[in-house]
Design a protein around this ligand. Structure first.
Ligand SMILES: [Zn+2]
Length: 185
C-alpha cells in the first residue's frame, strides 16, 4: 500500500516536471510605459538582507530600458532563466552584468539599464560605414537595424552641422517624416 502510494506520488511528480518543462517561455510583449527621464526616480539601494535571498523558479524579472536619445522607456517582464534560479544577488548581477538591479527578492527582481539610442518607436536617419544615408530602427532594444539605404545620398551632400546631426542619428516618428526631412534638405 505504502509502496503504491510512493509510486503514485512519483508519477504525479514526473507529470508535473514534464508539464513545467514544456510550458512556453515566451517573453511578455514589449510595453511602452512612456516614462520621461525626469519622472524616473533614482532607485533605493539594495538592502543587505535582501541580497541573501535565493532566486525561486518562476521569479518575475522586470527589465526597464531607458533610452536616452528620446527619453522613452520600455519595460518587459520575463521569467527568471534557469541560469539564475537558485542563485543569489551576486549570481544574478553577474549574469545581468549590463543591468543595474534596483530591487531583489526570491520572487521578484527589478532591473534597469540606460541605453544611448532611440527607442523602437522611432525611425532614425543616419549613415552607414560607407557614409551613405540610411534609415534605421531599434529592433533589438540595444541595437539598430538598417531598414533602408539611400544609395545616391551620402554625408557629403549635407552641410557640416547636418552631417554632425546625421552621425549622431536624427529621430522621426515615421518613415514618411524622415523622407520628408530628406527631400527638404
Ligand atoms: Zn522613444
Amino acid at each position: 500500500m505504502i509502496r503504491r502510494r510512493i509510486f503514485l506520488l512519483a508519477a504525479v511528480g514526473l507529470v508535473a516536471l514534464v508539464l513545467l518543462s514544456t510550458m512556453p517561455r515566451a517573453e511578455a510583449p514589449v510595453e511602452d510605459s512612456r516614462l520621461s527621464a525626469e519622472n524616473t526616480q533614482a532607485p533605493e539601494p539594495i538592502e543587505a538582507s535582501e541580497t541573501g535571498d535565493k532566486v525561486k523558479a518562476g521569479c518575475a524579472i522586470t527589465q526597464t530600458m531607458m533610452f536616452s536619445r528620446c527619453g522613452h522607456s520600455v519595460t518587459r517582464r520575463i521569467e527568471a532563466p534557469s541560469s539564475v534560479v537558485g542563485g543569489d544577488f551576486e549570481t544574478t548581477q553577474n549574469y545581468y552584468d549590463l543591468w543595474q538591479i534596483d530591487s531583489f527578492s526570491a520572487a521578484a527582481i527589478d532591473m534597469s539599464r540606460e541605453i544611448d539610442l532611440f527607442c523602437p518607436m522611432h525611425r532614425v536617419l543616419g549613415c552607414n560605414e560607407a557614409g551613405e544615408i540610411v534609415l534605421s530602427r531599434n529592433v533589438y532594444g540595444d541595437g539598430m537595424a538598417i531598414e533602408q539605404t539611400y544609395g545616391g545620398l551620402s554625408l557629403e551632400d549635407f552641410d557640416e552641422e547636418t552631417q554632425e546631426a546625421l552621425r549622431l542619428g536624427l529621430g522621426f516618428d515615421t518613415a514618411d517624416d524622415a523622407r520628408a526631412w530628406l527631400s527638404a534638405h
